[in-house]
Design a protein around this ligand. Structure first.
Ligand SMILES: Cc1cc2nc3c(=O)[nH]c(=O)nc-3n(C[C@H](O)[C@H](O)[C@H](O)COP(=O)(O)OP(=O)(O)OC[C@H]3O[C@@H](n4cnc5c(N)ncnc54)[C@H](O)[C@@H]3O)c2cc1C
Length: 327
């Protein structure tokens, strides 16, 4: 029975949410088609400690490539090792559609001389084919692609599959690289943490995003307070705001910013321009606060609050604090 592979992406020794999403997707397929889930981890000494978390999310076997040579992302060695592994009887391989995932999935597929589907939002395995959904043209259309390849190689858009616990005994197997890291032509010499101490927009289950309706940079303190009340929230912004210099460009969500799919997206004083929607419309639940009831953001919102964001945000923050305190 063919197994299902998942690459569990890490950064600076930490498992990324995208890694759990890949493992959860693999579990879903293995439960339908049979076979085991083999999740692969690569990183510096100690990375194997994450294996239990992957097992708790459905990995039957965790393949660990551990050592000083893997502290930084090592594209050639990883692609060679994954391609060698996949050559031995796998039905599908899941990666994150992150910057690293895009690089790795392309290298791996090229080595195997197979096509791959990138940035997939949904998938269905039937017989010997796999049908995937892939948003195109900055989310204006959804393409349906059918893969008829021995191994369905897929990169998953963040949030397309929510990480789900599915405890397994989870054997751990140390694996050897398929090439000597010392001979790799690409060498990543250091990895810097962006957003020090802050939740990454792509990882955060909740995003509180602000637009020009907040009037001035100082009012982003209200957005920060609300995010802090949730505890698991990141702060996002529109391009109008980052262009004004109210927030760093790394906070920008949209066509020319980050693509995000959190469980909850709260749009505060955001008009809902098509270029902004391109980055957040796949969010699971969208709440919009805008004083203009005709604002386009309400067309994509699941819940809308018409009113002054400067008055509403503190009320929302207080309500979240009360709910968190069990009130
Ligand atoms: C090529 C290109 C790429 C782009 N890429 C991006 C991108 O990646 N991301 C992005 O966001 N934009 C992008 N844009 C810009 C985009 O078109 C919009 O200009 C931008 O999203 C608008 O930001 P905004 O909603 O903050 O501001 P505005 O459009 O000015 O909207 C402000 C909103 O706040 C509301 N408001 C005002 N006061 C209050 C109040 N007190 N309480 C509640 N609501 C209030 C208003 O009713 C209005 O709806 C791009 C544009 C182009 C041309």
């Amino acid at each position: 029975m063919a197994n299902i592979f998942a690459f569990a992406e890490t950064r600076l020794g930490e498992l990324r949410r995208a890694g759990l999403e890949a493992v959860t997707a693999a579990r879903r397929v293995a439960d339908e088609t049979g076979g085991q889930v083999h999740a692969m981890l690569a990183g510096g000494p100690g990375i194997g400690a994450i294996a239990a978390k992957l097992a708790a999310h459905g990995a039957d076997v965790v393949l660990v490539l551990e050592g000083d040579a893997y502290v930084n992302y090592n594209p050639e060695v990883l692609a060679a090792t994954i391609a060698a592994r996949l050559g031995s009887g796998y039905r599908a391989a899941f990666f994150a559609a992150s910057a690293q995932g895009h690089d790795l999935v392309a290298r791996t597929a090229a080595k195997l001389k197979m096509p791959y589907a990138s940035d997939v939002t949904d998938f269905a395995f039937t017989g010997d084919s796999v049908t995937v959904q892939h948003p195109g043209y900055t989310n204006k259309i959804v393409q349906t692609l059918v893969l008829r390849t021995p191994i369905a190689i897929i990169s998953l858009r963040a949030g397309a599959v929510l990480p789900a616990e599915n405890a397994k005994a989870g054997a751990v197997e140390a694996i050897a690289p398929a090439m000597d890291p010392a001979t790799a032509r690409v060498k990543v010499t250091s990895t810097e943490a962006g957003n020090r101490g802050k939740l990454d927009l792509g990882e955060a289950p909740v995003i509180i995003a602000g637009g020009r309706g907040l009037k001035e940079a100082a009012n982003f303190a209200l957005v920060e307070d609300c995010a802090a009340a949730f505890g698991n929230a990141a702060v996002g912004a529109t391009r109008a705001v980052t262009d004004e210099g109210w927030r760093p460009h790394s906070d920008q969500i949209g066509q020319t910013g980050r693509l995000v799919s959190p469980d909850l997206y709260v749009a505060c004083g955001i008009s809902g321009a098509i270029q902004h929607l391109a980055g957040m419309r796949t969010s699971k639940c969208i709440v919009a606060i805008n004083k203009d009831k005709e604002a386009p953001i309400f067309k994509v919102a699941d819940y809308g609050i018409v009113g002054d964001v400067l008055e509403i945000l503190p009320v929302l923050t207080a309500a979240v604090k009360t709910a968190k305190a069990g009130g």
